[in-house]
Design a protein around this ligand. Structure first.
Ligand code: GLC
Length: 445
């Protein structure tokens, strides 16, 4: 493994290269805008290099916040060359969209509270209080929006309306649901006539990354179709639910939300603020509702269809995220840790694969269907530590840093040999490697 100066120099250079002033693009070319959970992970790394810059990374997310509280997954750059991206989403069709920023109409996992606390940990108390005071109202509005719009029946779990909202864009349960229920006639016709081969030629993403590491063209078109249908409903959740578009209570999103809620309670307590009663009640409900996702037959958690409550029994990396949520019992945590120890499940040479090795879906270099991702490792390392699995956390930290040191800050990694795949010089990989490195050496963080 590389030594400290080499790894820190290489990863810091990636962040500097992708720095766009007050935010960091995920990767040059493929991801030129500001993404929500990317900026959260990036700030967690940046706090070790420049805490003021880490703060501006998160503050700049607030310029995209909708008046109803939603934080969009992307804030677009306003250069003329990105007009098509902005026009695909047309956030201005919704009256709550901000006037001075163009965004998507969907969100991403609520990592912001975690990032605010991690950045806060680098500040002495008076500065930390001011930092919390700035971010607190935006966080409350965001969490309230998640409950108001995404938990319409007050069941405790929040629903997602596009695979990109999970951040695990190409994850099997969503892709399977899309293929089974969402292919409109025109895409079925393209599939039948193999016209997708021609459309391939016009894809922008496969100019940066090999075709076999990205979604298929049929899937890309279906994602586009789902997005267009959301736009036609002006991103209005009531209209979306009336037309039963794709709606899933995603396991990874809800696990992250549970942890975010606990961070928000901590922030409120440090500020001596009372969170709204209704919000506190909803938060408690979510912790209980997570247990409704447990499948006693296969001994693991799954995502669930919002309308039918059918569990989507395709195991993925989300299976392990209840460790990060931190509210499951020690017994259930132990069951999940055994899956991590199993070479045929989540424990190949360079863990953690985004679907288990013994899955029908497993493909070690395909976007979210096999490769290891540093952000997932970071979340699970955090969960392992809190459940007392210090040795597992240390081993996973070491193998994660080894992948990044050997291959570079790739977007994802082949779990067989740790080689890099997807975009090169990917910001959250660099940022979280910095954090894992620093907190490994200095446990206080
Ligand atoms: C990535 C991920 C998504 C991320 C985005 C920008 O490929 O799937 O979670 O936010 O693209 O980095």
């Amino acid at each position: 493994m590389q030594d400290e100066p080499d790894l820190l120099t290489a990863t810091s250079a990636v962040l500097a290269m992708n720095d766009r002033g007050n935010y960091t693009q995920p990767a040059h070319g493929l991801y030129p805008h500001q993404w929500l959970w990317d900026s959260c992970f990036i700030a967690i790394g940046l706090r070790h290099l420049d805490v003021e810059r880490a703060k501006s990374e998160l503050l700049s997310l607030l310029r995209g916040q909708w008046q109803n509280g939603m934080l969009p997954n992307i804030i677009f750059r306003d250069d003329p060359q990105y007009r098509t991206d902005r026009n695909i989403w047309r956030s201005w069709v919704n009256p709550y969209a901000p006037n001075d920023a163009t965004t998507t109409g969907i969100t991403q996992p609520p990592m912001l509270a975690e990032a605010v606390v991690q950045v806060g940990a680098k500040l002495a108390w008076p500065e930390r209080r001011s930092w919390y005071a700035i971010m607190y109202p935006a966080l409350v509005r965001y969490h309230e929006w998640l409950y108001d719009e995404r938990d319409p029946h007050h069941e405790g779990l929040v629903l997602q309306i596009h695979p990109w909202e999970t951040g695990l864009d190409n994850t099997p349960p969503w892709i399977a649901e899309m293929h089974d229920h969402q292919l409109p006639f025109w895409i079925t016709a393209i599939k039948a006539t193999h016209a997708d081969k021609i459309i391939n030629l016009f894809r922008r993403d496969t100019k940066s990354v090999p075709m076999d590491e990205r979604f298929s063209t049929i899937e890309a078109l279906t994602l586009f179709d789902i997005q267009r249908r959301l736009r036609r409903k002006s991103y209005d959740i009531n209209k979306i639910l009336d037309h039963s578009l794709l709606t899933i209570e995603d396991l990874s999103f809800n696990s992250i939300f549970i942890r975010a809620n606990s961070h928000l309670r901590q922030i409120a307590a440090s500020l001596r603020q009372e969170l709204p009663r209704e919000l506190l009640t909803s938060m408690e409900r979510t912790e209980k509702a997570l247990e409704g996702l447990w499948d006693p037959y296969s001994n693991q958690y799954f995502s669930r269809d919002f309308v039918t409550h059918r569990l989507l029994k395709t195991p993925t990396i989300a299976t392990l995220l209840p460790l990060y949520a931190g509210t499951i019992t020690k017994e259930r945590a132990a069951v999940l840790v055994r899956l991590l120890e199993n070479e045929q499940a989540f424990g190949p040479a360079f863990p953690i694969p985004s679907v288990p090795v013994n899955s029908f879906w497993y493909n070690p270099r395909l976007y979210w269907q096999g490769p290891a991702w540093v952000n997932m490792n970071w979340l699970i390392i955090d969960g392992l530590k809190r459940y007392g699995y210090k040795d597992h956390a240390a081993a996973l930290t070491e193998s994660t840093l080894e992948m990044v040191a050997k291959a570079g800050s790739y977007e994802y990694f082949d779990p067989r040999d740790g080689s890099g795949a997807g975009a090169a010089n990917f910001s959250w990989t660099a940022a979280l490697a910095i954090d894992l490195f620093k907190t490994q050496k200095r446990p206080s963080g």
